[in-house]
Design a protein around this ligand. Structure first.
Ligand code: AFP
Length: 333
């Protein structure tokens, strides 16, 4: 990486970006996520030394075990977004109700949906975790968070940070998907992956196959198809799964293939998804689409799923466009 590579702040200030108040707010929020990521990366690196691993005891309102880093991540993320002065509400994985920020009003105000520390079951084993965010325009109504409800197509921007061997920030504001790597010496994110284009087809699929018995028949048949041997069509695909959506989506974005978390169809009248629509499925769907990929639930485009609740769940099949199209075909059979 050249030291001269563009910084995240420079990239966000490019002249081709719109100069409307809302777009300025989007740039402020993404830039703030960059600075927050430096803080989170530092804390993750020292969590074992500072007694920050493990659970706080008990589960959150969605029934997940709450890790100490989840709580800490939520608090620093909310404080950081409040400080921007442009964020009117935050929908966070760790709070049952959105956090309203009435001081941020005006034409450029935005609403942010985030999972500050996603994949937290990886924390205690020093695996990769991430931060995911989606940004929407506040519509001036009260409560401001209600602007987060609606389809994912309403997102102005989305992105994630991956805390792995290096800290990587990937974002889209609707003009392609761009990746930055943290230069730890200067604390700056520098552009290392400009205008990411996902391969049309991949050779890898990522899914929690232990849940196979609960899947929709089309999903089961599709995974069997990926595992079948056929040299001409590049099968079998290899399986890679980390347990942290950010790490699995990042690999898929760069190398192609699929990341999938299908719903549990044990009761076909009430399919139950696991991942959260507002701060997992919709942001990642936008990032992948802006890189030329596709994101589907198997039954519809993921970005068309309308959120009616803040912590709504949705299934996801995202990745290389030809691979996702093939998955959709299996669901239609
Ligand atoms: P946690 O933050 O509770 O670890 O959940 C992570 C996650 O929402 C997503 O990042 C992973 O892809 C997915 O769950 C992993 O779920 P399984 O452990 O059920 O495979």
């Amino acid at each position: 990486m050249a030291d001269s590579a563009m910084t995240l702040s420079e990239h966000l200030a490019r002249p081709q970006s719109s100069s409307s108040p809302t777009h300025k707010s989007v740039a402020i929020v993404i830039e703030r996520f960059g600075r927050l990521a430096v803080e989170i990366a530092q804390e993750l690196a020292h969590a074992a030394l500072r007694g920050r691993l493990g659970t706080v005891g008990g589960t959150n309102f969605t029934g997940d075990q709450v890790k100490k880093m989840d709580v800490w991540g939520h608090e620093v993320a909310v404080a950081a977004l409040r400080e921007t002065g442009v964020c009117a509400a935050v929908v966070s994985e760790e709070a049952a109700e959105p956090v309203e920020m009435p001081d941020a009003v005006g034409p450029g105000a935005v609403v942010v949906c985030t999972d500050p520390v996603d994949g937290s079951s990886n924390l205690d084993v020093n695996g990769s975790v991430g931060t995911i965010f989606g940004v929407r325009a506040a519509d001036g109504k009260t409560p401001a968070a209600a602007a987060a409800l609606g389809p994912g197509t309403q997102q102005l921007a989305a992105g994630y940070v991956m805390y792995g061997p290096s800290t990587t920030l990937v974002y889209t504001a609707g003009h392609g998907t761009h990746g930055f790597t943290l230069d730890r010496a200067s604390g700056e994110f520098r552009l290392t992956h400009p205008d990411i284009r996902i391969p049309r087809r991949g050779k890898v699929y990522g899914i929690n196959e232990g849940n196979g018995h609960t899947w929709h028949p089309g999903q089961r048949a599709f995974v069997e198809h990926l595992k079948a041997q056929d040299k001409a069509t590049g099968r079998p695909y290899s399986l890679r799964y980390s347990g942290a959506m950010v790490a699995d989506v990042h690999r898929t974005l760069l190398d192609g293939g699929l990341f999938m978390y299908p719903a549990d169809w044990s009761d076909p009248k009430k399919p139950k998804a696991k991942l959260r629509l507002l701060y997992e499925v919709a942001p990642m769907g936008m990032v992948v689409e802006q890189a030329g990929g596709r994101a589907s639930t198997g039954l519809e485009r993921a970005l068309d799923v309308v959120a009616t609740e803040y912590h709504q769940r949705a299934s996801i099949i995202l990745g290389s466009p030809d691979d996702v199209a093939m998955a959709d075909e299996f669901y239609r059979r």
